[in-house]
Structures are given as C-alpha cells and as structure tokens.
Design a protein around this ligand. Structure first.
Ligand code: FAD
Length: 394
C-alpha cells in the first residue's frame, strides 16, 4: 500500500491543519462570490507554500510534496488548490529551462506573492490535441512577435507572466512549438472574458488574445550556428569517439575486447561524472548533467590522441598497452551512452548495442556510489562502426 514517507508526514499534517483552519470555513463563500481569494493567497505565500524553487527535496519527493500540498488544499477548496497548482505549472518550465535571472526574478516573484505564473497552452481548437495549436511566433529583427488566441487560462488577470506556447516556424507541428515567457501586461496581451464554470469559481479561467505581442529575443538562433554546434559537439566529440574507437577495435582486434576496464585515472573521472550527473539531474539542471557526461567524452578523445593506438598497433611489444587503451575507450563509451540515454535515447542505444551490453539500456541502473557499470563483455565481437552523428556540410 502507498503511504506518505516519514520525511513528508509533518508537512502533510501542517498543510492539513492550515487548510482545515483557514480555507475550509470560507470555501463556500469563495465559490458563491466567484472572487479570487486574495487573502488566502497571501496566507499561502506567508507560509512558504509558493516557493516552487526552494523545495528542500530533489527527485520524486519533490513532486510528492507538491501533490500533498495540492491534495490537502483541494480537500478544503478545489478553487484554492488551483493557486499552488497553476503557479506551479507556470513555474516548472522556468525551473527546468530558465536562465538564472529568469529563475531569480520570476520564481522569486511567485514565492513572495508579487507575481502570478500562468501556463498558456490550450486554444479553442487545441486541447488534448496540442499539435493543432495555431498561435504563431514570428521572428522580427531582434524580437519575436506573438499572435494568437488562448482559452481556459488561469491567472492571466493578475500581474505576472504567462508561459505561452506558440508555433515558431513552419514544418512539423511537434518540432515547431516553442514556449515564450510573456508578461501579462505586454502591449497586445488582451484578456477577453472569463469562462463560466461550475465549481472552481474562485479560480477564474480566461480567454485572451495575443495581438502581435513583441518580445525581445533572448538568444541568437540561426541554422548556421546550429550546424556549427552540431558538428563541434556531436559529430566531432561523441560521434568521432564512437566511430573511431569501434573501428580501431575491429581493425586491430577483430572486434574483440580483452578484459575491458577503466584505469585508475579514467575510473576516477567516470566516478566523478556519475556523481556530478546525478546531483545535477536531481536539481533538473539538465545542461550540467550533459556537461558531466561530456567530461568523459573529452578525456577519452584526449586518450586516443595521447595513446596513439595506430602506433601501438605497429609494435608487438605494446600489445598489452593497446588492449588496455581500447578497453578503456569501450568503458568510456559505455558510460557516456548510459548517462546520455535520457537525452539522446536512440543514439545512446546504438552505442550500447554496438558494445554488446546487456541488459537493454532501458533496464540500466545507476551503479552504487563510487562504483562503475559492469564492463562490456570480452570475447564477443562488437557491432560494426558507423557514423553516430554524420557531419552536416554547409
Ligand atoms: C478549470 C480549468 C482550468 C484550466 N486551466 C488551464 C490553464 O491554466 N492553461 C491551459 O493551457 N489550459 C487550461 N485548461 C484547459 C485544459 O488543459 C483542457 O481543457 C484540456 O487540455 C482538455 O482539452 P479540451 O477541454 O479541449 O478537451 P478535448 O481535447 O476536446 O477532449 C474532450 C474529451 O475527449 C477525449 N479525447 C480527446 N481526444 C481524443 C482522442 N484522440 N481519442 C479519444 N478521446 C479523446 C478527452 O480525453 C476528453 O475526455 C483548463 C481547463 C479547465 C476546465
């Protein structure tokens, strides 16, 4: 049976008492009057319940804490439960992908009650079918211009921001959606009307128009830049490490690894990468997680240059050295595939399967603290070398 873990039981009891004492007695009044419960919102702020970014736990406990908060408040009033719920919805993309300034200004504003977060996904023709979304974002010089029509969006009458999803370029609907942070007082951001609802009346949901809302572009994007980054990071770094390591194992050792293992230096580097990755991912700092995996890729590529397997292969006295180096490269590739699987699943699976690793990468489990993954098998020929990220020529 499911039960609330001990570390959250006090929290649950505290929210429950708060909701029964301060929210339940006024729930009916809130619904009848259809007034946004400002005083209760202030209470939630003063109790620290709006501090999305400052949750003490990481990982699943963090979500559980939010679920408990919403559940306990909803027991007293469904409308009031929308306050933490919708703010959470609007804050999550910023928490996951925002830059430090956005996090500090916007999440800080929601935590101290001066800002409201909203989430602008739904449109009249795009509810469950998000791919039917029609709101557009057109680049115009240093700005984006957003136009469209959103419906059923909470929190847009209050001062704050809305994470608006819009179609940012032509082509496949799934590839072309981008989220924009739009201040709700932007010129052209026009709330039209509140939806009449049954229940949840204290948490009005609105229809609004985005009439050519201008937004400054916060990053430079161009296909040239994209191709440059792709070639440098993917084709040259990870792609090159994979292709040349596997082809050398085939050329010099008929595809067979002799007792693959990480030496002490590479082993220490991989252990650190595993720990850094885990710590970063627990904070949802995906970029830092990727960087941790990349430390292995960069070091392994250096080892190829320094170890020069093509020279070792010419000297029979260095056969042991060559075996050790090729084995280390295989272990490095294995760990990069394991760490990058959640980010680039098909490429990581290709690396994993080429190394003849089992069980399937999906079943992989993080090694215990300070340990490495069990090494790739020796005595089984690796899969063929193939381009992991073929270079894009301009
Ligand atoms: C109180 C309230 C607050 C809201 N707040 C927000 C908000 O802040 N931000 C926001 O972006 N949106 C908000 N929404 C919108 C909400 O997310 C949408 O209502 C939801 O996405 C469903 O879309 P829809 O209402 O158009 O239903 P539809 O997509 O028309 O679905 C209606 C029914 O058909 C079913 N269905 C749909 N497609 C299929 C299919 N292919 N096969 C089988 N069954 C299907 C669905 O499961 C559902 O039962 C809010 C809605 C409400 C009611």
């Amino acid at each position: 049976m499911f039960s609330v873990p001990p570390e959250l039981q006090d929290f649950q009891a505290r929210v429950r008492a708060f909701a029964r004492q301060h929210i339940a007695p006024v729930a009916a009044v809130i619904d009848e009057s259809a007034q946004y419960p400002e005083e209760i919102h202030r209470f939630l702020v003063s109790e620290g319940y709006m501090r999305t970014a400052a949750m003490p736990e990481s990982g699943p406990l963090r979500f559980l804490r939010r679920a408990i908060l919403i559940e306990e408040v909803a027991y007293a009033s469904a409308a009031v439960s929308m306050i933490p719920m919708v703010n959470e919805l609007g804050c999550t993309p910023i928490q996951l992908f925002g830059n430090p300034e956005q996090k500090s200004e916007l999440l800080g504003g929601v935590a101290d009650g001066s800002l409201f977060a909203s989430y602008g996904l739904t449109e009249p023709q795009a509810g469950s079918d998000v791919a039917a979304l029609a709101c557009t974002a057109e680049p115009a010089g240093k700005e984006w211009v957003i136009s469209g029509n959103k419906s059923w969006i909470c929190n847009v009458r209050q001062p704050g921001f809305c994470v608006v999803f819009a179609r940012s370029s032509g082509g496949n609907a799934r590839e072309a959606l981008t989220a924009f942070i739009v201040p709700t007082d932007s010129p052209g951001f026009e709330v039209i009307n509140a939806e009449p609802t049954l229940g949840l009346r204290g948490s009005p949901t609105y229809n609004f128009l985005l009439k050519e809302v201008p937004l400054t572009r916060d990053g430079d994007f161009s296909w040239d830049l994209f191709i440059e980054r792709y070639n440098a990071n993917l084709a040259n770094d990870w792609g090159n490490l994979f292709t040349r390591s596997v082809s050398m194992i085939h050329r010099y050792r008929a595809g067979l690894l002799a007792n693959p293992a990480a030496g002490s230096e590479l082993g220490a580097l991989i252990r650190k990468a595993l720990a850094d990755y885990r710590e970063a991912m627990d904070r949802y700092a995906v970029d830092e997680g990727i960087e941790a995996a990349w430390t292995i890729i960069r070091r392994a590529n250096q080892m190829v240059e320094e170890g020069a397997p093509w020279k070792l292969a010419k000297d029979p006295a260095k056969a042991g050295e060559l075996d050790a180096l090729l084995g280390e490269l295989a272990v490095a590739l294995q760990h990069t595939a394991f760490l990058l699987f959640p980010i680039m699943p098909s490429k990581a699976r290709l690396v994993w399967e080429t190394l003849r690793l089992s069980p399937a990468i999906e079943a992989g489990r993080f090694p215990a603290d300070g340990a490495l993954l069990p090494p790739p098998p020796s005595g089984v020929a690796l899969g063929e070398s193939q381009p992991l990220f073929p270079r894009i020529e301009k």
